[in-house]
Design a protein. Structure first.
Length: 446
């Protein structure tokens, strides 16, 4: 018996074969489980194997996978053949079926399942090292033309099936980031308030001025003919540092008046005061302007307030730097806000009953009622939705039905809806069911 026929040598070959199979299987799983973001992070941190990650995996992933699969199949075929020969030598052909089953089970457990499970969990550690070890084999397979031939055959087949070998576009999308934020909040990695702020940042670029502005019905402005006492009174009552100044109507804003401009005027006799002489230039923006672009405009112009105009050039509302910042960090309250009540704009009385402020955003109502409104609808608030559906200026008691819900005006003035009562309509079947339940309750004295 030669040294090659020694049982020790045979066991060494089997163990090495299983290790080879485990290596290729683990390398494949580690690399495919490693996100492109994590791979780039490892490269930036110059971890061991970072150069191989950059040169081979990020630039030629299909070539690397082909090399791994070639190596894995060679090892597994060798193992199956070698154990078949050993079985034939020691126990004869009668036990070849048993040996095949044992070999398959061994390769599955030690060469596939175990290494792949381990590699998936530790992908960021295994992938760079595996690539360093794979590099010589990759170079050999490439120079022999094996990788080129197999990769191009695969490319032809994939294209024939209507697919692509490589992914186009960014490796991380906005949806990916949004999902990571939600997952981070659920896992407790990101605090609730941090998660809300990150979500606000994600939505920031899609928010337009119309969604954030103070509507024209809530604007506190000054007529250009206002006296000194009128200016002081308005500033004191409403606590604003800046007020739009208009001529004849709010649709004709001529500028802004800043509260700090009052101090130099204190020695001036009230009868000599002319508001028009102390105005700052008005800045006008369209309703559809993105607030991230508006924020840049505020920074460049060194101003804090803008007039939002509609498509006809009329005043739709005003928007301030504070309004934009609140979209990122939430409500910013100062000493003038201390006495204001912080009630929700939509109060959920029960599952079938809500009370909504006319100025509440329609998106909030959509979430509560689980319904969808057209994105290009000419309204952003619950009151605007009611007027659009009702077709005229609503009055106290005005009502209409929409998708199984009844909307009734609880409070309104001559121009707008102030409060709405919203009830879910009960179908005949539901009414009968409620009647039966009530009858049973009466029967048992509940």
């Amino acid at each position: 018996m030669t040294s090659l026929d020694s049982p020790y040598f045979e066991w060494i070959v089997i163990i090495l074969g299983l290790l080879g199979s485990a290596f290729f299987s683990g390398a494949e799983t580690a690399l495919t489980a490693l996100s492109e973001t994590k791979a780039r992070q490892l490269i930036d941190e110059k971890k061991r194997g970072a150069r191989a990650l950059q040169k081979y995996w990020l630039e030629k992933p299909n070539h690397v996978l082909t090399t791994i699969l070639v190596g894995n199949n060679i090892v597994n075929l060798f193992m199956a053949s070698y154990i078949t020969v050993l079985t034939h030598r020691y126990v004869g052909e009668t036990s070849i079926a048993i040996a095949t089953g044992v070999t398959t089970l061994g390769i599955l457990i030690f060469g596939e399942i175990t290494p792949k499970t381990f590699a998936k969990v530790h992908a960021h550690k295994i992938a760079p090292i595996a690539l360093v070890i794979l590099t010589p084999l990759y170079i050999v397979c490439w120079r022999l033309g094996v990788v080129w031939v197999l990769t191009n055959i695969s490319r032809v087949i994939v294209k024939a099936l209507g697919g692509e070998m490589t992914r186009s576009g960014p490796f991380v999308t906005e949806d990916d980031i949004a999902y990571m934020i939600v997952s981070g909040k659920e896992a407790g990695v990101i605090e609730e308030d941090e998660g809300e702020m990150l979500e606000s940042v994600m939505e920031f670029g899609d928010t337009i001025a119309r969604e954030v502005m103070i509507p024209r019905t809530n604007i506190h402005g000054l007529s250009v003919d206002s006296s000194f006492d009128d200016v002081v009174k308005t500033l004191t009552e409403h606590g604003h540092s800046r007020l739009p100044v208009y001529e004849e109507s709010i649709d004709n804003v001529t500028g802004f008046f800043h509260a700090k401009d009052l101090f130099p005027l204190m020695p001036v006799a009230p009868e000599q005061f002319k508001l028009v002489d102390h105005l700052r230039q008005a800045f006008f923006v369209p309703e559809a302007m993105k607030i991230n672009e508006l924020l840049k405009e505020f920074q460049e112009r060194k101003t804090h307030m803008a007039i939002v105009v509609d498509e006809n050039g009329g005043t739709a509302g005003v928007i301030s730097l504070e309004d934009i910042l609140e979209e990122l960090v939430g409500e910013i309250r100062d000493e003038h806000d201390e006495n204001e009540e912080e009630e929700p704009t939509i109060q959920k009385v029960s599952e079938s009953h809500l009370v909504a402020d006319g100025g509440a955003y329609i998106d909030e109502l959509a979430d509560l009622l689980d319904m969808e409104f057209a994105e290009d609808a000419p309204y952003d608030t619950v009151g605007g939705f009611f007027q659009h559906q009702y077709g005229k200026i609503p009055q106290l008691g005005s009502e209409f039905e929409f998708e199984g819900w009844q909307f009734v005006v609880q409070d309104a003035d001559e121009k707008r809806v102030i409060t709405l009562d919203i009830h879910r309509l009960v179908t005949d079947a539901e009414g009968e069911e409620e009647g039966i339940v009530q009858t049973l309750k009466d029967a048992v004295g509940l």
